[in-house]
Design a protein around this ligand. Structure first.
Ligand code: KIV
Ligand code: NA
Length: 264
């Protein structure tokens, strides 16, 4: 198996081959997803929610991203590893974006970065691309702007679809190799997917995009509490882990663990 590179993503777009991306935040899970042949892993700043326990992705620091990204890169020799630029690490302009992305590249060995925004971050995308850093863009609902967007809402409905199309074209023209579209109507996402020459990755964006992404804890039933409508639960890891923990504790209490086979 050869490692996934951005050239494969471009080829898959031209062939109409759909692919899957999952988030990932640690070495052990990276091993599992890499062996499952998930071609692209996203070290998302959703780590803020599912790993660090913050209410939003806003507090996540570049240092936190670097620690988890290094672990994922070590566990995934074949996957293309994309790392989110966290809030506050690229908004000042192309220079700041470049400094942040260079740090991530030098300290983690990741293969691409992702940032949120359309037209407004086109200069950042152009600067990174020119420096040889592949960029995945992210438009529609952008969690780092949750305060400005007024909550977790579907974006690009009605008249707002024009701006979504403008944003999609702007990131493609700036040099992004792909673009995530989050929580947008399926028909608009489909129109954009057909219009763009770069790969579109949907999350809550219907099934006409070139790829899909989910936060793995959501997809595996490991997330605490309720998940969004766009999530499909492929497993019940949380329940399984809870049962394992309870059984272990009860066997310790009854001294049935460890048994002779676990003892020296
Ligand atoms: O941080 C993240 O997990 C993401 C995906 C949901 C696209 O940005
Ligand atoms: Na993110």
């Amino acid at each position: 198996r050869r490692p996934t590179r951005i050239q494969h993503i471009a080829k898959w777009k031209s062939e109409g081959h759909k692919w899957a991306m999952l988030t990932c935040y640690d070495y052990s899970t990276a091993r599992i997803f890499d062996e499952a042949e998930i071609p692209v892993l996203l070290v998302g700043d959703s780590a803020g929610n599912v790993v660090f326990g913050y209410d939003t992705t806003i507090p996540v620091s570049i240092d936190e991203m670097i620690v988890i990204a290094r672990a994922v890169v070590r566990g995934a020799p074949h996957a293309l590893v994309v790392v989110d630029l966290p809030f506050g690490s690229y908004e000042s302009g192309p220079q700041q974006a470049l400094e942040s992305a260079v740090r991530i590249f030098k300290e983690t060995g990741a293969h691409a970065v992702k940032l949120e925004g359309g037209e407004r971050v086109a200069p950042q995308i152009a600067a990174l691309t020119a420096a040889g850093i592949p960029v995945m863009a992210h438009i529609g609902f952008t969690p780092q702007s949750v305060n400005g967007l007024g909550g977790y809402r579907v974006q690009g409905r009605g008249d707002a679809s024009d701006q979504l199309v403008t944003d999609a074209i702007a990131v493609q023209e700036a040099g992004a190799f792909s673009v995530v579209m989050e929580m947008v109507p399926a028909d608009i996402a489909g129109q954009i997917a057909r219009k763009l020459t770069i790969a579109t990755v949907g999350i809550g964006a219907g099934n006409e995009t070139d790829a899909q992404v989910l936060v793995w804890q959501d997809a595996a039933g490991y997330t605490h509490g309720k998940t969004a409508k766009f999530v499909k639960k492929y497993a019940n890891i949380g329940e399984e882990l809870g049962n394992a923990a309870r059984q272990y504790a009860s066997e310790v209490a009854s001294a049935s663990f460890p048994g002779p086979e676990h003892s020296y």
